[in-house]
Ligand binder design. Structure first.
Ligand SMILES: N=[N+]=NCCCCNC(=O)[C@@H]1[C@H]2[C@H](O)[C@@H](O)[C@H](O)[C@@H](CO)[C@@H]12
Length: 448
């Protein structure tokens, strides 16, 4: 008989989404272009020519989607605010209609007993700011802080959990190094600058929150634990570089006030000497850390693989998702326990965790059977319990994602939702994984 799984009585079980991936109507009611409306309009950038022009039509179906969360018994909902709905030019004139949309959403969530958890930036930079250099312009810390102030002023009376940035690593690696995400740059000199300015902007927003905010603010990072393919020194060194580049590049400056030494080794002359004052700004005290966990990486040295000289080693016995990620729940426990060991004890939320699998056409009676996603969910939630048993102060868990949605450059084909979306009709159908998650939430994690 396995010991019952224990979650705190006020554990926040929920789901997560982001504005550009679900809302649609990106230019409605005075909103401005973002780097993603631009990227989507550039042929070849998003698979199948998919765009966020309609997506899940959440901008118009938000009330029904909140009702769906209520039906599933969700306790919380993590979503992002589209900066260019609030400030169409990124700075300057405020768009009241944009503020009003999120007012309605937040009020509806609260009326249904669902805790709103709001991300200020989930990758959709106003295009007008990109025209002024975007994350490459150091002024963006002030632009972001001004946007944050407007949003805090408007919603802090109702929103108690704020996130400054979602996954600065993906913004930088995808948007500035490999060019797979908006704004689509491929430049090893730009990437460190963008990454550093993201962290400066994060710190500037936290400073504003400390002036006017009454609740909690944190940062969300994607953490992918790295394991050496062998104990050969070159594989161990490669693993250390990979961990420094993807994980410690963000957590070290925020919690330890300096970058890992490996980054100078990786980027060489492309790695600037940063002014010390920046780290005072970046390492503002946080109320919680948000961690997005999807998979792990087994690393080997590969001298030909720019810039890290690391190659992933596929695990023959493992299950892999449609995005090519190994299903490895132990990595979630290792990530949470590892964070506590390196950075100390602080409240932690798993702000994203999920999997993309091919979902068969709707079976009889409108059911959508997704056994692989159900297995993932069970394994990851058991992994959370193991972390709690090892002393991690875990406060909540958000499944990525509530709805099948626009998986950025991969388009709509990669389905992460626990609720199926028929994009031709916008019909929502809870998958078997949603029904399982509803039972898990109702039992506070007891029934897996
Ligand atoms: N190699 N590799 N490894 C795994 C690294 C994961 C990096 N991508 C993410 O974390 C993104 C996060 C994003 O917030 C969301 O907007 C995306 O829809 C999900 C799903 O893709 C995840």
């Amino acid at each position: 008989m396995t010991r019952p799984i224990r979650f705190p009585s006020n554990f926040l079980w929920g789901t997560a989404t982001s504005a550009y991936q679900i809302e649609g109507s990106p230019l409605a009611d005075g909103a401005g272009h973002s780097i993603w409306t631009r990227f989507a309009a550039t042929p070849g950038r998003i698979a199948n020519g998919d765009t966020g022009d309609v997506a899940c039509d959440h901008y118009r179906r938000w009330r029904d989607d909140v009702a769906l969360m209520r039906q599933l018994g969700m306790k919380a909902y993590r979503f992002s605010i589209a900066w260019s709905r609030i400030l169409p030019q990124g700075t300057g004139a405020v768009n009241e209609a944009g503020l009003a949309f999120y007012d309605r959403l937040i009020d509806e969530l609260l009326a249904n007993g669902i805790e709103p958890m709001v991300t200020l930036y989930h990758w959709d930079l106003p295009a007008a700011l990109d025209d002024r250099g975007g994350w490459l312009n150091p002024d963006i810390a002030d632009w972001f802080a001004a946007y944050a102030r407007i949003v805090f002023d408007r919603y802090d009376d109702r929103v108690r959990h704020w996130v400054t940035l979602n996954e600065p690593w993906v913004v930088t690696d995808g948007g500035y190094l490999h060019g797979t995400l908006a704004p689509g740059h491929r430049n090893a000199y730009e990437a460190p600058i963008a990454s550093h300015n993201l962290l400066r902007a994060h710190g500037a927003a936290v400073q504003v929150y400390r002036e006017i905010g009454r609740h909690q603010i944190g940062l969300v990072v994607n953490i992918e634990p790295k394991y050496p393919a062998s104990d050969a020194p070159e594989d161990v060194a490669a693993t250390r570089r990979a961990d420094a580049y993807m994980n410690r590049q963000y957590l070290d400056p925020v919690f330890l006030g300096s970058y890992p030494a490996e980054l100078k080794e990786i980027f060489g002359p492309a790695w600037p000497d940063w002014p010390a004052r920046d780290f005072d700004l970046i390492s503002q005290k946080l109320d919680f850390i948000g961690i997005n966990y999807y998979t792990r990486n087994v690393c080997r040295h590969d001298g030909a693989n720019w810039p890290l000289q690391v190659a992933p080693v596929r695990q023959p016995q493992a299950t892999y998702t449609e995005t090519g990620w190994e299903v490895f729940p132990q990595g979630l426990t290792d990530t949470l326990v590892g964070f506590k060991r390196r950075y100390g004890d602080m409240p932690v939320y798993v702000m994203e965790n999920g999997s993309a699998f091919y979902d068969p056409p709707q079976a009889a009676h409108g059911r959508v059977h997704d056994p692989l996603r159900m297995d993932c969910l069970r394994g990851n939630i058991a992994a959370l319990a193991a972390a709690i048993e090892q002393g991690v102060d875990l406060r909540g868990y958000m499944v990525w994602s509530l709805l099948d949605n626009l998986e950025w450059s991969l388009g709509f084909a990669k389905r992460f939702g626990i609720v199926h979306v028929d994009f031709a009709t916008q019909r929502r159908t809870p998958k078997d994984s949603a029904l399982l998650y509803a039972r898990i939430v109702a039992s506070n994690g007891a029934c897996l």
